[in-house]
Design a protein around this ligand. Structure first.
Ligand SMILES: Cc1ncc(COP(=O)(O)O)c(C=O)c1O
Length: 367
């Protein structure tokens, strides 16, 4: 392969030429709270089949706001996730975070571990739809209801995922999606909060603009989290072609699964009644015994000009900021984070590049 294969490129190539629309925004002088925010919000509400969609400037601010409004004493979350799942809770004043292990096959929060944990009343559980794989919403809701707790989902990876034929987004108290450039659908930067709770939605809307109702009288400590019209335009136009973006991603994952030798590799398990976005496609090489061996393989891939990522290594309970807390029973989390490798998947990735990556990986183990 002559050219290096990057880990990702934002999926903006299939968008139609938006020069006229950009010019229209610039000429209008309406750069916020305009037509594209309205269009994008309406289209998402319909697509996700949820009562309220709140556009924000990032997934991070969406999560921060939710923790701030719900104000729980304790939060339960997986450690096998991006740091923002935890830092947003910490930022909002939550100082009791309990990390729960993941399922060894689905890599989402382990239901049995949640059950045996014994959730304290009035807590928040924040499962993560990891790499787009929907969590078991029904069972998690039961556990939360039994402890008068709320479930919010870190849905950063899962715009376009489905669960029992329903789009991910309407389950739980609220969900937060990310629209950053690594996602299947991007608006360059941005986030979406979804909720069927109208009162919660109203407070979140105030918080998007510093926490006032339009009269400059602060009633809740908000910040500025508005999405610009330019970002909303990119997001809206991407949403119009989301099936095309998703189909491409699925066919790339199918190619990897066809090409990679399953004697050497295993993949994330997606249940029959779920559809993942495959925001990331990850492999676990079965014979790897340690992180060092995994890192040797990554060096080999780098020498072959293939960029990969090790999401999510280190898991959050090993981050310097969180590692001194009392963490236990995170066996699957630790085992997976030592072994995982995420392969390139992005709209403009070529079939021959997938064949090449698969060949390099198969040959590495076929020694
Ligand atoms: C699991 C998870 N949560 C939250 C975020 C934060 O989203 P954003 O980058 O839009 O702030 C990310 C970002 O990729 C993520 O992967």
């Amino acid at each position: 392969m002559d050219n290096p294969i990057p880990f990702f490129k934002a999926p903006t190539q299939p968008l139609r030429n938006l020069g006229d629309e950009f010019n229209k925004i610039l000429k209008s002088g309406i750069l916020i709270k305009g037509e594209y925010n309205k269009l994008f919000e309406e289209k998402l509400t319909e697509y996700l089949n949820v009562k309220n969609v709140i556009l924000v400037s990032s997934g991070t601010i969406g999560l921060t706001y939710l923790f701030r409004v719900l104000n729980p004493k304790k939060v339960y979350m997986p450690s096998f996730t991006f740091g923002a799942t935890a830092t947003t809770a910490t930022w909002s004043g939550v100082d009791n975070i309990k990390f729960i292990d993941i399922d060894s096959k689905k890599w989402t929060i382990n239901i049995e571990s949640l059950e045996t944990e014994g959730i304290e009343d009035n807590s928040v559980i924040i499962p993560v739809n990891l790499f787009g794989n929907p969590c078991d919403f029904n069972r998690i809701q039961e556990i939360a209801d039994n402890s008068k707790s709320k479930v919010i989902y870190d849905a950063a990876h899962s715009l376009g995922s489905s669960y029992h034929s329903e789009k991910v987004g309407s389950q739980g108290e609220a969900q937060v999606f990310s629209l950053s450039p690594t996602k299947v659908l991007t608006s360059a930067e941005g986030g979406i909060i979804t909720t069927n709770n109208d009162d919660l939605a109203e407070q979140l809307r105030w918080m998007v603009e510093w926490g006032h109702k339009g009269d400059y009288n602060t009633i809740i400590p908000g910040l500025n989290a508005r999405m610009s019209e330019v970002h909303a335009l990119i997001g809206y136009e991407s949403l119009l072609i989301i099936d095309q973006l998703s189909d491409k991603r699925h066919s790339q994952v199918e190619s990897y699964k066809k090409e990679l030798n399953t004697e050497y590799f295993s993949f994330q398990e997606i249940e029959n009644n779920s559809i993942s976005t495959f925001k990331d496609f990850a492999i676990v090489a079965k014979s790897l015994k340690s992180r060092e061996e995994r890192d040797e393989l990554i060096n080999h891939l780098a020498n072959k000009k293939i960029s990969v990522k090790t999401y999510f290594d280190p898991p959050i309970h090993k981050h310097d900021f969180y590692k001194n807390n009392n963490h236990e029973n995170l066996i699957n989390t630790e085992s997976l984070s030592d072994k995982i490798i995420c392969l390139p998947v992005f709209y403009s990735l070529q079939d021959e590049e997938i064949l090449y990556i698969s060949k390099v990986l198969n040959e590495y183990f076929n020694k």
